[in-house]
Design a protein around this ligand. Structure first.
Ligand SMILES: N[C@@H](CCC(=O)N[C@@H](CS)C(=O)NCC(=O)O)C(=O)O
Length: 203
């Protein structure tokens, strides 16, 4: 199998961290999205939505969408369980994963993609007002997470999960969108230090 990715982008990083946490190694091929390589016919034939990451299996099956790719690896190698173990854990992880993806990473990405001139070729139309509308959403999420992390170690409970991976990639992607966690959000800061110290976070 081959994992197609751009090493600077947050969604492929989610998959790399996931693989590192599972100690799995998968051959990877670089696709430079800033050079619009992902718009080449061979990539669009694989993923007509024109996004990375996507995974090509040996039989030619294409799996796109970060969470779908991660679920494939979870099924291949269930331990450590990064989507939760018991039925309740699995649903709680799913809840937080979706929140981190849509209400955190998505909002950070919108601020960056709809404001930075370099992102204009990827985000058409680029709408400044949409970038501005997402600024308070990101700040709200940072406050919300700080409150939530007061009484538990990880985003979805006591175990590290895909929700932490998505949140970490969103938090680190904040740099390009000019946000910071800030020293006053002590619980979120503690969480960020903890998850950043995990070996997989450098992936
Ligand atoms: N829903 C997709 C989103 C993937 C995505 O947006 N990837 C970005 C890189 S982080 C991309 O390919 N951008 C290229 C573009 O916007 O044209 C997923 O979860 O994998």
């Amino acid at each position: 199998m081959i994992l197609y990715e751009d090493t600077r982008a947050p969604n492929p990083r989610r998959v790399r961290i996931f693989l590192a946490e599972k100690a799995m190694d998968v051959p990877r091929r670089a696709v430079d999205i800033m050079a619009l390589e992902h718009h080449k016919p061979e990539h669009l034939a694989h993923n007509p939505l024109g996004r990375v990451p996507y995974l090509e299996l040996d039989d030619g099956t294409i799996i796109a969408e970060t969470v779908a790719i991660c679920r494939y690896f979870e099924a291949l190698q269930p331990e450590p369980a990064l989507f939760g173990s018991s039925p309740v854990e699995q649903c709680v992880v799913e809840m937080w994963q979706r929140r981190m993806e849509f209400n955190f990473l998505g909002c950070v990405a919108a601020v960056f993609r709809h404001s930075h001139p370099k992102m204009a070729p990827l985000e058409t139309p680029q709408i400044k007002a949409w970038s501005e509308a997402n600024v308070p959403r990101v700040e709200w999420m940072l406050d919300f997470l700080d409150t939530q992390l007061a009484d538990r170690q990880f985003v979805a409970g006591d175990a590290f999960s895909i929700a932490d991976i998505t949140a970490l990639c969103a938090a680190d992607f904040m740099k390009v969108a000019r946000f910071s966690i800030g020293d006053h959000r002590t619980n979120l800061k503690r969480w960020h230090e903890d998850v950043s110290a995990r070996p997989g976070s450098v992936a």
